[in-house]
Design a protein around this ligand. Structure first.
Ligand SMILES: Cc1ncc(COP(=O)(O)O)c(C=O)c1O
Length: 391
C-alpha cells in the first residue's frame, strides 16, 4: 500500500530514547540530556526582535522562491567578511533549513540508480533524501585512525561508473571532524576528474574550537565549483525558524529555482526577515560568546570521558558532538544507551542512528547542555559503569 522506499527508511533510535526521557521527566526525574542535536540557547534577542518587527510590518506572504534579495546579498557579504570569499548573491539560494537544500540538490543532481557517496557514520537523513529521488546512497566507512575523514583515497575507491558525486560535512555530525584544505582540494579534484559533483555540508560552520586550524572558513575558499549547504540552525541558534541556504554554481541557479518554486514556493518569510539581523555585530557577539561556551563544554566533556576511561578517538574540532567508542565496556551501544537512560537518567545517542560501520560500538555525546549538566552526566555514567562492573 505504501511505496517500497519506506521499507528502507529507518526510524531514529534516539526518538524512542527521547520519548522515554520525556516520560521519566514527567514522572519527576531529572534527566541529563546529552543527546540533543541543537543548541540549548534561545535565538539571539536581536533576531527575535527583528522577527517581531517583520510580523508587525506584514511579512506574512510568500517571498521569491530563492529568498528575499536582501538576505541573499547579506549572506554573500558574510562570505566576504568572514571567509574572504567573493560570492555572487545570485548563487545564494535561501532554503527552509539545510534539509530543504539537501532535498533540492538530490532532486537536481540524482537520477534513478545514480550513486551518491556518503560517510558512515554520517548525518542519517542524507541517505533518505537520495532515496526519495530513487538515487542510491553508498556508505563509505570513515575510521577513527583517519580522524573520521572521508579521505580522497576512500572516495576514489568507492567511486563506480554509477557514482555521480559525494556529500561530506565539515565540521561533521556525529564525529566533529573538520576537513583540511588538502582534503577538500583533493575531494573537489576527484569530483572534477570523474565529471561528478562535491556537496559540502557546512551547517556547523562557525562552530570550530581550535582556531582556524584547517586554514579556511568556508570550503568555497578552497574550491569554487562545489555545492555548499549551510543553515541558520546551529551557529546562529535558529533551529525552529527553519532557515538555511546554499551556494550553487552559476549554471545550477535556474534549475534549482524551478525546483524550489515547485517544491516549496518560498522559504519562510518571517524567518528570512529575522535572519537579516543574525549577521549584525550585536547578534554576532552573542553567537561568538556561545561558541566559546561550546568550546569549554567540549573540554569538560572530553576530560570527563577520559576520566571514565572511554576511548575518545577524536577530540572534535567542530560541531557539538563527541563520538565515543564504548566497546571496552563489552556492551552493545544501544543497550548501553537504554540502560543509561533507564537506570541513571542520562540520554545519549547510539551509533546505529548514524550508520552501520562499527555502529554497535559507538555512542554520540552532544555538548548542547550546561557544563554543570555535563559534569552531572559524567558523574552518573561513572556510577553506572561501577554498578554494572564494566568501568
Ligand atoms: C550534518 C547536518 N546536516 C544538515 C542538518 C539539517 O539541519 P537544518 O535543516 O536544521 O538546517 C543537520 C541537523 O542536525 C545536520 O546535523
Amino acid at each position: 500500500m505504501y511505496a517500497r522506499r519506506l521499507a528502507q527508511i529507518a526510524p531514529f533510535r534516539v526518538v524512542e530514547l527521547l520519548e522515554r526521557a520525556k516520560a521519566l521527566e514527567a514522572a519527576g526525574h531529572e534527566v541529563v540530556h546529552l543527546e540533543v542535536g541543537e543548541p540549548d540557547f534561545p535565538t539571539a534577542p536581536d533576531i527575535v526582535a527583528a522577527g517581531h518587527a517583520a510580523l508587525d510590518a506584514g511579512a506574512t506572504k510568500y517571498t521569491q522562491a530563492l529568498g528575499i534579495p536582501e538576505l541573499r546579498s547579506r549572506i554573500a557579504r558574510h562570505y566576504r567578511e568572514w571567509a574572504g570569499v567573493e560570492v555572487d548573491p545570485a548563487r545564494v539560494v535561501v532554503t527552509a533549513g539545510a534539509s530543504a537544500g539537501l532535498l533540492l540538490l538530490s532532486a537536481l543532481l540524482l537520477d534513478a540508480g545514480d550513486e551518491l557517496l556518503l560517510t558512515d557514520p554520517g548525518y542519517p537523513c542524507n541517505e533518505v533524501f537520495a532515496r526519495l529521488v530513487n538515487g542510491v546512497p553508498v556508505a563509505v566507512p570513515v575510521v577513527p585512525e583517519e580522524a573520521f575523514r572521508l579521505t580522497p583515497e576512500r572516495a576514489a575507491a568507492a567511486w563506480t561508473a554509477a557514482t555521480r558525486g559525494m556529500l561530506v560535512a565539515s565540521p561533521a555530525n556525529p564525529t566533529g571532524t573538520v576537513l583540511s584544505v588538502a582534503d577538500l582540494q583533493a575531494l573537489a579534484a576527484l569530483a572534477r576528474d570523474r565529471g561528478g559533483f562535491l556537496l559540502l555540508d557546512e551547517i556547523y560552520q562557525g562552530l570550530t574550537y581550535d582556531g582556524d586550524a584547517p586554514g579556511y572558513r568556508s570550503g568555497l575558499a578552497v574550491a569554487e565549483d562545489i555545492y555548499v549547504l549551510n543553515s541558520f540552525s546551529k551557529y546562529f541558534g535558529m533551529t525552529g525558524w527553519r532557515l538555511g541556504w546554499m551556494v550553487v554554481p552559476d549554471d545550477a541557479v535556474e534549475p534549482v529555482s524551478r525546483l524550489a518554486q515547485n517544491l516549496f514556493i518560498s522559504p519562510p518569510s518571517l524567518a528570512q526577515h529575522a535572519a537579516l539581523a543574525a549577521f549584525e555585530p550585536r547578534a554576532m557577539a552573542v553567537h561568538e560568546a556561545r561558541r566559546q561556551q561550546f568550546a569549554r563544554r567540549r573540554d569538560v566533556l572530553c576530560a570527563g570521558l577520559d576520566r571514565l576511561g572511554f576511548e575518545v578517538p577524536l577530540r572534535p574540532a567542530g560541531a557539538f558532538y563527541v563520538y565515543v567508542d564504548i566497546g571496552g565496556t563489552g556492551m552493545d551501544a544501544l543497550a548501553f544507551c537504554r540502560r543509561l537512560l533507564e537506570e541513571y537518567r542520562v540520554a545519549v545517542t547510539p551509533g546505529i542512528d548514524f550508520g552501520a560501520h562499527r555502529a554497535e560500538r559507538y555512542v554520540r555525546f552532544a555538548f548542547t547542555t550546561s557544563e554543570a549538566h555535563i559534569e552531572l552526566g559524567i558523574e552518573r555514567i561513572g556510577a553506572a559503569l561501577a554498578d554494572w562492573g564494566v568501568g
